[in-house]
Design a protein around this ligand. Sequence first.
Ligand SMILES: C[S@@+](CC[C@H](N)C(=O)[O-])C[C@H]1O[C@@H](n2cnc3c(N)ncnc32)[C@H](O)[C@@H]1O
Length: 379
Amino acid sequence: MTVDLLRCALPARPDPDLAHAIARPKLAGAAEQALAAARANRAYAAGVLAKWFRKNRWLGSKERPVVQEAVYGVIRHEALLTRAGAWDDAARVAAWGRLVGGDRFDALAPSTPAEDYATALSLGFRVAREWLEHLGPADAAALGAALSERAPLTLRANRLKVTREALAARLADEGVETAPTPHAPDGLFVLGRANLQGLESFRDGWFEVQDEASQLLVQAVPVDKDQRVLDLCAGAGGKSLGLAARRARVTAFDVRDDALRELVKRARRAGAEIDIDEPQPAPVVLVDAPCSGTGRLRRDPALRWGLEPGALIDEQADILAGAAELVEPGGALVYATCSLLADENGHAAPDGFEETERRWLWPHRDGTDGFFWVVWRRV
Ligand SMILES: C[S@@+](CC[C@H](N)C(=O)[O-])C[C@H]1O[C@@H](n2cnc3c(N)ncnc32)[C@H](O)[C@@H]1O
């Protein structure tokens, strides 16, 4: 069976209401404005867009989601829309409207498989070719489809305060319907849209927003209750908080002080005790490394504009080498990324360590963000 790689990321079903809404000049114009703001700072487009939508409050509550869908839809499908002759953002927004209305762009002629796949994903040739060669055409097409869907909003019940079942019941009382995640034991999918930060259960620290992949990594860290773990790239503390909820004793470090300040706020809300300190030896060290973010493309479509595959390899190797020195004898080193690229996930075991676990999570297979981890044990 031939796989239509060029069209693998098109929506599975037409959405005539959305197509109709984006045809309104006010909404199409807003989408063009947001895209112009993002293009002015392509490397940081994801952050620019988040800010643009926060600031531009003149859009009504029903209009904003339409404009968001259009902007992220154009970014997801930019290469295909351009190949179909839409040369500027006004034309691309209009063509995206036809796309969600069911247009399959049948007149487009195929090119090579890797070219077509790169066009379908609006990604560079190198990444497209790697995934196509690694997965084969059918699986690669399934990945393309998964990366084009809107990511689910996923919560982690904070086990320091509550069970998943009790959280689901309280959220239902607050008007938020959820469903349990299939793999992570404390995860809940939010069904529909919700203003989570406005909820009392949020202010009480009953949950954190966290994709199922990150929750599964936290579960995989081989740390016992009351054992020390160093989270060396803690950022704003997503993994640290998860580890603290497993009742590990967490020390968090990051080169970004602003992120650590956010971690402190989140820890206070969660009722978690987390030490912020300089890196120091520990029986378990976690490196949630800076990476390309290719596993998060469904969640953050604009990441593709700043994507520089391979740019962080040396930095990752340096962080890993430093982390290995901090692992106490017999201890474990966990290296994780939200990347789906082989070189970012292919660092060799540090000297004196042997591998005990290696896991890739793929959006089309696992239903999570793309994620990777390897666990090494110091021998
Ligand atoms: C993938 S993010 C971590 C996300 C975080 N663990 C979470 O769960 O929210 C990678 C982090 O590595 C940090 N970082 C980059 N270089 C570092 C270094 N040399 N040492 C420690 N942290 C570093 C970045 O500031 C960033 O916060």
